[in-house]
Design a protein around this ligand. Structure first.
Ligand SMILES: C[S@@+](CC[C@H](N)C(=O)[O-])C[C@H]1O[C@@H](n2cnc3c(N)ncnc32)[C@H](O)[C@@H]1O
Length: 278
C-alpha cells in the first residue's frame, strides 16, 4: 500500500468509519457502555427524517443517525454540499442492495430534508437507480474502479463537499479505493464517513492500518445496536410507535458482509421491532 498519499499535512479532514452489525468483537463492551450513558434527544429528528424517507440509517439495526445528529445538528444550515455513494437499489443481483422493499434514493432525500441549504449529490454502480430532483443529482460510479471514480469527479460540478459518505459496497477494497480517489473532495474541516464497516477483527485491523498509512485523523466508531442492547431496544420500540408503517431495510448482505449475529435475548415486554441488516 505504499502508493497511498499522506495528506495529513494539507488539511484537517475528519474520517469516521461507522459499524454496527452487532457486537461481534468489541461490541459487547461498548454496548454495556451505551447502556449506562444517556444520549440526549435520541431518537433524534434525523432518526425520524431518515426512517420516514425509507433509509435504514435511522432506527432499528443501525443507529447512525444518533451520531450524525450529534455531529451536524448545529451545522444544519451551514452544510452546503453532501455527497453519498450508495443510492440504494432493489435489484437483487447488486451487492449491498436494499432488498425488495427498499426505497432507492431514501437517504439522499433524507439529507435534503435535514440540510435545507445543501446540494445533495449521489452515485451508484446501478445505473437504474440514478435520478435527479430538486437539490439532488446523481451519477454512475463503480467504487472498485479508480478510473470510474476519476470520471465521476470530472463529471460532478462541485469541487468540494462539506460531507462525503460511503454507504455503497461494504467491503474494505471498495471503501479504500473510493477514499483514495475522493478524499481531496472533502473541504477543509469537512467529514468523510464510511458506514457499515464489517465488524470482524481482521477487517477493523485493515482499516486501522489503512488510515494510519493514509495519514488521515479518524476514528472507527461502533454504534449501539438495539437488538443487543436493552436501552436501545426500548428506544427503538418507542420510535417504531411514533413512526407510522414499517420501514424497509438495506437487507441483502454484500459478499464480504459478516454473518448476522444471533438476536439478543428478548425482553419480557416484547421484541424490538427493529429492521434487518444490510
Ligand atoms: C446500502 S445501499 C445504499 C442505501 C442508501 N444510502 C440509504 O441509506 O438509503 C448500497 C448501494 O451500494 C451500491 N453499490 C454496490 N456495489 C457498488 C459499487 N461497486 N460501486 C458503487 N455502488 C455500489 C448498490 O447498488 C446499492 O444501491
Amino acid at each position: 500500500m505504499s502508493e497511498i498519499p499522506n495528506l495529513s499535512h494539507a488539511f484537517h479532514r475528519n474520517v469516521l468509519a461507522f459499524y454496527g452489525h452487532g457486537e461481534q468483537n468489541l461490541g459487547d463492551k461498548l454496548s454495556e457502555f451505551f447502556g449506562y450513558i444517556t444520549i440526549p434527544g435520541a431518537p433524534t429528528e434525523l432518526c425520524t427524517i431518515m426512517t420516514d424517507a425509507g433509509s435504514d440509517k435511522g432506527s432499528g439495526w443501525h443507529n447512525y443517525t444518533i451520531l450524525y445528529h450529534f455531529l451536524f445538528h448545529e451545522r444544519r444550515n451551514a452544510v452546503r454540499s453532501l455527497f453519498e455513494v450508495g443510492i440504494g437499489t432493489n435489484f437483487a443481483e447488486m451487492p449491498s442492495n436494499m432488498g425488495g422493499n427498499g426505497i432507492p434514493g431514501a437517504s439522499l432525500r433524507g439529507w435534503r430534508d435535514y440540510f435545507p441549504e445543501a446540494q445533495i449529490v449521489g452515485a451508484d454502480a446501478d445505473r437504474r437507480v440514478l435520478f435527479s430532483e430538486e437539490r439532488i443529482t446523481t451519477y454512475y460510479v463503480d467504487q472498485l474502479d479508480g478510473e470510474a471514480i476519476d470520471a465521476l469527479w470530472e463529471a460532478v460540478p462541485q469541487s468540494s463537499f462539506d460531507v462525503i459518505i460511503d454507504d455503497g459496497l461494504h467491503a474494505f477494497q471498495a471503501n479504500s479505493c473510493f477514499i483514495r480517489g475522493s478524499f481531496d473532495k472533502v473541504r477543509d474541516g469537512g467529514f468523510y464517513i464510511i458506514e457499515d464497516i464489517v465488524s470482524q477483527y481482521d477487517n477493523l485491523k485493515n482499516f486501522d492500518e489503512f488510515f494510519k498509512r493514509f495519514g488521515a485523523s479518524g476514528a472507527l466508531i461502533q454504534l449501539p445496536n438495539p437488538l443487543a442492547n436493552r436501552r436501545f431496544r426500548a428506544l427503538a420500540r418507542a420510535h417504531a410507535r411514533s413512526s407510522a408503517g414499517t420501514r424497509p431495510a438495506c437487507a441483502a448482505p454484500g459478499p464480504s458482509a459478516p454473518p448476522r449475529p444471533p438476536p439478543a435475548p428478548p425482553e419480557s415486554s416484547g421484541s424490538a421491532g427493529a429492521r434487518g441488516s444490510r
